[in-house]
Each structure stands twice: as structure tokens, then as C-alpha cells.
Design a protein around this ligand. Structure first.
Ligand code: PMP
Length: 370
């Protein structure tokens, strides 16, 4: 299997697995919220992990709220974070876990604005300025750090500065960016940030919302006073430890990974371009190191990939819908539905190799030529 779908999920790093395993063994039993030595040991491990998560994004350990993943973190930020009487502003290329909150916000009477993007997938800070001027309510702005389909990196510092001028809170879904890019919440002016374990070579089923004052979302669940009441429930020690280890590795390897992965992405593009006349690249060329989104006009990408079962790449049909809807991101950057269906997303990662990239390009070219 040639695995080039790291934007959908990254394999667990062996060092992360090693850090987690002791906490999955029977002798590690102990509720981290229990007041006895077994509980305290687990709580200590979780607090260490909290520190690693915070360090990755320039936050304080006490600002980390562990969640089940970024979907939950985004919902907590958006549904719990819109100020009373306030509104929400998001971009058109946000992940479904953000866009999916909008109908509920509207139902609750909050005004919601969806900002368009340019052909590269970028939000214009001037458009945010206009939206916040029109809104005239206290608001929360949520714009992702990097897009999961076309890899476009947003001008977060500029957007956060605009939000600050209007007294709005600024949240960012940073799921895709953290593996290869440095994001410092304080320096960027972010009040909220979502991240996910399984996009960072950590475990599935865990993520975090980082909340910096004055941001304090209203908890989604009742009962259970854990995590300062923001997200009740017994913390899963192995998953939290795994997320902490993944964040530490990301901090240590980010630059090296970005170089390695970005080099492979350029190699893949070169090779595809040489072999497939008419192929086009989507999104910004200075985007996420591991993302290459291309359109090969005229093909039905999902259908053709069935002939390459040993190649894991994503198509331009929204994977979450399961019904072959064209990707809302590709439509937002100006592709037709037909071109969206003719698009493929390659997601390169830490373990990807030049040999895999070459073979993937050659197999795809051979298939489409035949
Ligand atoms: N945001 C982005 C940008 C993503 O790519 C994903 C995962 N596809 C999510 C949020 C949701 O993350 P999780 O799987 O942890 O719920």
C-alpha cells in the first residue's frame, strides 16, 4: 500500500505508541481524577501531556481542554463560544465540523457570515473587516490555519488583527497546520485553537481546544466538573499521553518534516505534470507542505481510483458525505462540479518516500494513459 492520505489521518508514530503503551496495561489502572496514588500518577502523566500540547502552540497548560478530537473542539468553540447576542464569522472553506455548526447558530438567533475566498482559497482581511463592521455585535471569528483539501495557508495574524480591532474573539482550526508550521497563539493573537491527535502522528479519538482569556466557551455537556467544567468526563490517560508525545515530536521535527515533505510534494507535482498533460494544480503554491491537490480534466477521480486499490489518496468528492457531492472547498475556489469530481488530493507525510511518490505518479499516469 502506498499511503498518500496523511491529511485524512497520519499513522501513529512508533515513539507515540511507546509512550502510550504503559498507560494501556492493566497495572496502570487508575482514574486520573481519583484521590489516591494510582489516580495521581495518571493525573501527573496527563498534566505533563497538557504541557506538551500547550508548548506546541505557545499557550499555558491550564488553557488546554482535551476533547475527543477536532470536531468536538470546533463545536465547543463555535456553539459554546459565540457571545450572548453576538454573531459568528467563518470562511467558506472551513471543515464540515465548523460549517456544520452554522445552522444551529442561526437557529439560536445568532447572525452568521460566511466569507468567500479567492481562487487560491485565501480569505481577504478586508472582507473580514467589512463583515465585522456590518455585524456590529460582539462576535467570534473562526478561520482555519491551513485548508485540509487544497492546503492554502490563511493570513491568520492579519485576520486576528482585524478581529481585535473590532473587539471580536479569534479562533482557528489548526488541525492541518501544526505538523509542519509554527503557530504561536499569543504572537498571532488567537483566543481559541483546535487540534487533533490523528493529524499529528498521535492517536485517533483525542484532540484539544486551547482557550485563552477572555475566551471561555459555554460547555456543551452538563455534569462532570472535569477540566474546569469546560468539558466533563474522565480523561483517557493513554490518549492524552499520546497526544502530548505527538505534540512534543511535532515541535522537535516540524522544520525537518516540512523540508522533507515539501520536497516530496514538489517532486510529485513535477512528475505528474511531466506525465499527464492538462493536469492543473489547485490552491496556493505556497501552501501546506504535505498537500497537493490536482485536477485531471475529464476523469472521474473516485471511479478511476478503484483501479488502484493499493494507492491511498483522496478525491474531490466530499469524503464525509459518502454520496459523491463535489467538495465545497473546490467549488469555493472556483472549480466546476465536473472539475471537482476530476480532482485528487495527495497527502504526504513524515514517513513518505521518494520511491513511493514516483511509483504513485507512474501508476496513475499509466492507468490514465491506458
Ligand atoms: N478540521 C480539519 C481541518 C480537519 O481536516 C479535520 C479532520 N478531517 C477535522 C477538523 C476533524 O478532526 P477530528 O477527526 O479530530 O474530529
Amino acid at each position: 500500500m502506498i499511503y498518500l492520505d496523511h491529511l485524512a489521518s497520519t499513522p501513529l508514530d512508533p515513539l507515540v505508541l511507546e509512550a502510550m503503551l504503559p498507560w494501556m496495561r492493566p497495572e496502570a489502572a487508575g482514574n486520573p481524577h481519583a484521590a489516591h496514588p494510582a489516580g495521581w500518577r495518571a493525573a501527573d502523566a496527563i498534566e505533563q501531556a497538557r504541557g506538551e500540547v500547550a508548548a506546541l502552540v505557545g499557550a499555558q497548560p491550564g488553557e488546554v481542554v482535551f476533547t475527543s478530537g477536532a470536531t468536538e473542539a470546533n463545536a465547543l468553540a463555535l456553539l459554546g463560544g459565540v457571545p450572548a447576542g453576538g454573531g459568528g464569522v467563518v470562511s467558506a472553506v472551513e471543515h464540515a465540523s465548523v460549517l456544520g455548526c452554522l445552522p444551529e447558530l442561526r437557529r439560536r438567533g445568532h447572525p452568521v457570515t460566511v466569507l468567500p475566498v479567492d481562487g487560491a482559497g485565501r480569505v481577504d482581511p478586508a472582507a473580514l473587516d467589512d463583515a465585522l463592521t456590518d455585524m456590529r455585535h460582539s462576535s467570534i471569528v473562526s478561520v482555519m490555519a491551513a485548508n485540509n483539501e487544497v492546503g492554502t495557508v490563511q493570513p491568520l495574524a492579519e485576520l486576528a488583527a482585524v478581529a481585535a480591532r473590532h473587539g471580536a474573539l479569534m479562533h482557528s482550526d489548526a488541525v492541518q497546520a501544526l505538523g509542519t508550521r509554527m503557530l504561536d497563539m499569543a504572537a498571532l493573537g488567537l483566543h481559541g485553537l483546535s487540534l487533533s491527535g490523528h493529524k499529528l502522528y498521535g492517536p485517533m479519538g483525542v484532540g484539544a481546544l486551547i482557550v485563552r482569556p477572555p475566551f471561555r466557551p459555554v460547555p456543551a455537556s452538563a455534569g462532570g466538573g472535569q477540566q474546569r467544567g469546560l468539558r466533563g468526563g474522565t480523561l483517557p490517560t493513554p490518549l492524552c499521553v499520546g497526544l502530548g508525545a505527538a505534540c512534543r515530536l511535532a515541535r522537535e521535527r516540524r522544520e525537518e518534516d516540512a523540508r522533507h515533505i515539501g520536497g516530496l510534494r514538489d517532486r510529485l507535482w513535477q512528475r505528474l505534470r511531466d506525465r499527464l498533460p492538462g493536469i492543473r494544480r489547485n490552491g496556493a503554491t505556497d501552501g501546506l507542505a504535505g498537500c497537493l491537490n490536482v485536477t485531471i480534466p475529464g476523469i472521474d477521480a473516485a471511479d478511476r481510483l478503484l483501479d488502484l486499490p493499493d494507492l491511498a489518496v483522496a478525491t474531490g468528492s466530499a469524503c464525509h458525505s459518502g454520496v459523491g457531492e463535489p467538495s465545497h472547498v473546490l467549488l469555493a475556489v472556483g472549480l466546476s462540479a465536473a472539475d471537482a469530481h476530476a480532482s485528487l488530493r495527495f497527502g504526504l507525510g513524515r514517513g513518505s518516500t521518494a520511491a513511493e511518490v514516483d511509483e504513485a505518479a507512474d501508476r496513475l499516469a499509466a492507468l490514465l494513459a491506458g
